[in-house]
Write a protein that binds this ligand. Structure first.
Ligand code: SAM
Length: 286
């Protein structure tokens, strides 16, 4: 069961009973979050000006981020082409989005309708598809790790931008691990940019270990900042300094199929072990 919640900018979102978190920031506002935390930091509009945008939407959810990206790309350059690759484990949430779509995205509800109509099987997954002259969207319905393990070799160096938007690392750790970021690293272009709302040091360290340079992103609707990362960035010294703290231990998932509880507890145990006076180096902390 999911219930509707109003966010700061007036748009509605849902509250997940499984993760006990809202799908969007209540204090920032769902649409404001899409623009300020994902679209602007990844430089999507600049890409639109050049004529072509490839986006990996890591956690499609209600589709607000993707629809806002389509809207902003075409607003910036009506002749631009945008191709979106996305994954989402819960088909029902996309169906629910149609009922609460914010006013700004209503003109794009036909995209969600078409996605829900145009189902195909591809590489062993159910996919939702939208194809028009300028907009191409493929949403893989499935567990994110399984999807990316299968498709990252096919989409190597695909993304100009990655919107990484799972629930928080505490409740959704399987999508914030070093191993998962390695898969995202495969799919991003050298000059591509990943944006995420989390400013957690274990997350930043995992990104860094996976081959991204890491910088502070903006703070919207709360005190802490967000994160932007790119293979081309130099990691900011203030961020690098924190990586030697015991609390910086990244989430690990060596087989990319471990249960959430194990991923979370292993990180906690490693932090505890590193904080002890006489400490063995935990094998998962490299
Ligand atoms: C915070 S919401 C994303 C909101 C979305 N970006 C939007 O614009 O509406 C996180 C989404 O990730 C999905 N999710 C969480 N864990 C997942 C996993 N392991 N594999 C695939 N999807 C997952 C949830 O079902 C949820 O829809």
């Amino acid at each position: 069961m999911t219930k509707e919640v109003k966010t700061e900018d007036g748009s509605l979102t849902l509250f997940s009973e499984e993760f006990k978190e809202p799908y969007h920031s209540i204090t920032a506002g769902a649409i404001t979050e899409a623009v300020k935390k994902f679209i602007e930091p990844t430089g999507l509009k600049g890409k639109a000006k050049e004529g072509k945008v490839n986006l990996l939407d890591s956690c499609f959810g209600l589709g607000y981020n993707t629809l806002t990206a389509v809207k902003e790309t075409l607003k910036e350059n009506p002749k631009a082409e945008i191709q979106v690759l996305a994954f989402e484990k819960d088909l029902k949430v996309i169906e629910k989005a149609l009922k609460i779509l914010p006013q700004e995205l209503k003109p794009y509800s036909f995209i969600l309708k078409e996605l829900l109509k145009n189902k195909q099987s591809y590489k062993g997954f159910l996919t939702l598809n939208f194809v028009s002259q300028r907009v191409k969207i493929k949403v893989f319905i499935g567990e994110g790790r399984k999807v990316l393990r299968k498709i990252s070799p096919l989409y190597k160096g695909f993304a100009d931008a990655i919107f990484h938007d799972p629930f928080s690392p505490r409740v959704n750790p399987e999508l914030w691990t070093y191993e998962f970021f390695l898969l995202l690293r495969k799919t991003i272009k050298e000059e591509g940019t990943l944006a995420t709302y989390s400013s957690s040091t274990p997350v930043r360290k995992a990104l860094y270990m996976a081959g991204f340079g890491v910088k502070e992103g903006v703070a919207i609707g709360r005190k802490s900042t967000s994160t932007v990362a790119s293979p081309l960035f130099e990691t900011e010294p203030s961020i690098l300094k924190k990586f030697s703290l015991p609390s910086a231990v990244p989430y690990r998932d060596p087989t990319l199929q471990e249960p959430r509880e194990l991923i979370r507890n292993r990180q906690r145990w490693c932090v505890k072990a590193l904080k002890r006076k006489y400490r063995p180096i935990p094998i998962y902390h490299i």
